[in-house]
Design a protein around this ligand. Sequence first.
Ligand code: FAD
Length: 426
Amino acid sequence: MTLDARRITGQPDGSFGEVRHPTCCVIGCGPAGAMLGLMLAREGVDVLVLEKHADFLRDFRGDTLHPSTMEIMEELGLADGLLELKHTKTQKVTARLPGRTITVADLGRLKTRYPYVTFMPQWDFLDYVTGEAKSYPNFRLEMNAEAKELIRENGVIRGVRYETPEGPREARALLTVDADGRSSPFRHQAGLEMVRTSPPIDVLWFRLSRWEGDPEDTFGYAGDGRFMAVINRGDYWQIAYVIRKGEYQSVRDEGLETFRRSVGEAITEFADRTEELRDWDDVKLLTVQADRLRRWHRPGFLCIGDAAHAMSPVGGVGINLAIADAVAAANALVGPLKAGRVRTRDLMAVQLRRELPTRVIQALQSVAQRRVVASSLRQGGAPSLPRFVGALLSLRPVRGIPARIIAFGVWPEHVRTARARKESMK
Ligand SMILES: Cc1cc2nc3c(=O)[nH]c(=O)nc-3n(C[C@H](O)[C@H](O)[C@H](O)COP(=O)(O)OP(=O)(O)OC[C@H]3O[C@@H](n4cnc5c(N)ncnc54)[C@H](O)[C@@H]3O)c2cc1C
């Protein structure tokens, strides 16, 4: 790898750091950062990815790889290897409503080699992608490396200062990509403005074991003032129990036994196993956030993934949009990075390509949150989709639309970088 690390001493504050000189420095090794790192390294771009944690082991993250992502993995020649890892799949998403069960989306009819949602722990996905990336000499991943402050010179962002167990370091780069998720402080440091929305819900995530004879489907439940998403993860169920925004403390105050009972009343098959929730540590709160940056870039700096747009968990699209951003960024920026000049219009091209699909999905999520989820949470409530929507969805040409949107979003990305595609042919 051509990364040049040189020691500098005698800084004004007396600190002693190391300076790295990648062409591109990526802050955060989540799905967006890992995929961008891999794609750039394959094209021969020197890339340094910084990850503040020592490993990828974090539970209840985006674990849902949609067909759009599987097609990208195939284009990179990595789909078969990925599918050798432990995973589960679902073709149909059903909804249990009071007195009836309906099919919300059937991916089985889609024209793709991957007509299903693949569920895989995000850490396995990240281990796989970074394992692949490490085979390229241009790729460098520093774990335990927490970015702290952008380096700015003459109005251009030139890299980032970061902390490691060995002391402070700097990465000086032609381009710094912010892929450190929905709490990124660097957007603010770069002076980028955020448009926030107010999702009316939060989510409690937990797991219960799967027993013989349990249903195979991944399904939703809506009724009696409750809304849950129940995901088949092979030997366990991953469950999202939706509450009204800000209600978490009152749910806790009512006690774990009341919570367990509520789960068992909604999904009667689970009534005899809710004891597996031993204390509130087994239940993780996701404060639902949905926002987007007005502008995703500054000279020398680009935001992608959740750092550019935090998504609601509705539809499980967050990881897929983050990966699509990474692909779009690699497609647009490999040439400029290799040429040693990244112009504002190159960065703008990434935003132009990804902003509209992101905003459309956020708008659809917002409707689903208000009309389906939040209305189900009202006392005795049920989903309140306008009648004409139900009628439309029963028409054959329209019936496939939810499945297509779940599978591909509104504007799927494809790998256009030359070397990456060539390698996938091998
Ligand atoms: C509880 C929960 C459940 C979810 N469920 C789903 C789901 O079912 N389906 C779905 O599609 N999406 C889901 N999501 C969302 C999904 O996880 C995200 O949309 C997706 O991971 C975004 O990818 P990203 O790479 O942009 O950011 P992230 O995944 O947030 O990755 C950012 C990375 O940056 C690192 N980092 C942060 N700060 C720094 C720093 N200063 N220096 C260095 N590294 C840093 C973090 O440790 C992390 O590894 C869920 C999210 C949560 C929190």
